[in-house]
Design a protein around this ligand. Structure first.
Ligand code: ATP
Ligand code: FE
Length: 369
């Protein structure tokens, strides 16, 4: 089986060809990140233009690397939701065009389900397992019961962790430091935190400590960081582009707070699953995915909580944690194996910018605690 995956939900045009032996034969990724940082966020008009400019190249490149022609492909998987409407449309329109022209089945993919499932390409992960999805647009805790059966335990009430790390990195002007000029905000914070000689200098109050549920909140941490930063800038009489000398310690502080908050809520989700017998003792597995899962400090903090509860913790390789075509192709392959959601036609109406993940169980989780 050969699957072509196409991802254009946000600011990356990603494609991949994978086969039935779970191997990546070819992949391509056109990132728009460097352009969008200038706007301080993803600019929809620019994203739309760049996806249109790159989609044909990205597909051709993935096929070329795989040494396959489109005729040899068995099915085309494409992200239809959630994401930026104008971005999603570019991928779906091109997938529809290929599907019609070459008579190929087309498979709609939910971007967050793909983030959650792709770990199965690398690890033996029978259902059900717990997943923590931490990315630029989402923070979700869920139980994965099957490839198309998710139960949502909690989500962020405000910002996503990646979004907050990107914003605080920008506010701390990390981009002005040469070695961070080409990496994303989250990675810049991680690298700066590694250099901290006093990681305990800045203390952050953990969000939602009194809330006995699995939801998240990150905007308070962001505001707290900005207040601490302004205070230091004033102390040092700084102006313009100067960077506070304590910047590494500040990065360590916020990273630690984000990690602790994530770990704390994950522990709650595990406790909920244990109490309600949702996971059998020989099936205690936890998956962390999404761009923020690349962060080693954050991943290790969550893994520690998993270990303490008897859970094994997994994550996909870093380049598969962030947006990519591989996870879309993988989800397509899983759907082919299950014979579900395989279409001869896909309507543009299926493009849905705000598609929640799975069955919402947030109120039950909240009430049970
Ligand atoms: P979503 O999947 O919710 O639609 P997205 O697709 O934009 O959002 P991803 O590509 O999965 O998000 O992840 C991008 C995010 O991951 C960015 O916010 C980035 O800062 C963050 N990130 C990447 N590497 C790291 C790292 N090492 N540490 C922390 N955050 C990171
Ligand atoms: Fe993503």
């Amino acid at each position: 089986t050969l699957i072509l995956g196409i991802e254009t939900s946000c600011d990356d045009t990603g494609c991949a060809v994978i086969d039935g032996r779970n191997s990546i034969l070819g992949e391509s990724l056109y990132s728009q990140n460097a352009i969008h940082v200038r706007f301080g966020g993803v600019n929809p008009l620019v994203a739309h233009e760049l996806h249109r400019e790159n989609i044909e190249k990205a597909v051709a490149e993935a096929l070329e690397k795989a040494k396959k022609t489109i005729n040899e492909i068995d099915a085309i998987a494409v992200t239809t939701k959630p994401g930026l409407l104008v971005s999603l449309q570019v991928g779906v329109k091109y997938a529809r065009y290929l599907s019609r022209k070459y008579f190929k089945p087309i498979i709609p993919i939910h971007h967050m389900e793909a983030h959650a499932l792709v770990a199965r390409m690398y690890h033996v992960l029978p259902f059900p397992y717990i997943v923590l999805l931490i990315s630029g647009g989402h923070c979700l805790l869920a139980l994965v019961r099957d490839i198309n059966d998710f139960v949502l335990f909690g989500k962020s009430l405000d910002n996503a962790p990646g979004e907050v790390l990107d914003k605080v990195a920008r506010r701390m002007k990390l981009k002005n430091i040469k070695e961070y000029s080409t990496v994303c905000g989250g990675r810049a914070v991680e690298l700066a935190a590694l250099k901290s000689s006093n990681p305990g200098l800045f203390e952050f109050t953990l969000p939602l400590l009194r809330h006995r549920d699995c939801n998240f909140s990150f905007s308070g941490l962001k505001d707290a960081l900005v207040r601490k930063l302004i205070k230091k800038e004033q102390e040092h009489n700084m102006m313009g582009d100067e960077i506070i000398p304590e910047v590494n310690d500040l990065c360590a502080g916020i990273q630690c707070a984000v990690a602790e908050h994530l770990a704390h809520r994950t522990q709650r989700a595990i406790m909920y699953c244990e109490k309600n017998n949702l996971i059998s003792p020989d099936n205690r597995r936890l998956v962390v995915s999404g761009g923020v899962a690349c962060n080693n400090f954050i991943f290790e903090s969550i893994k520690l909580v998993g270990n303490n509860m008897g859970y094994s913790t997994y994550r996909p390789p870093a380049n598969v944690c962030t947006d990519n075509g591989v996870m879309i192709a993988w989800n397509g392959l899983e759907k082919v194996r299950k014979q579900c959601d395989i279409r001869s036609e896909l309507s543009l109406k299926e493009v849905d910018p705000e598609a929640p993940l799975g069955i919402n169980c947030i109120n039950e989780v909240t009430a049970a605690n």
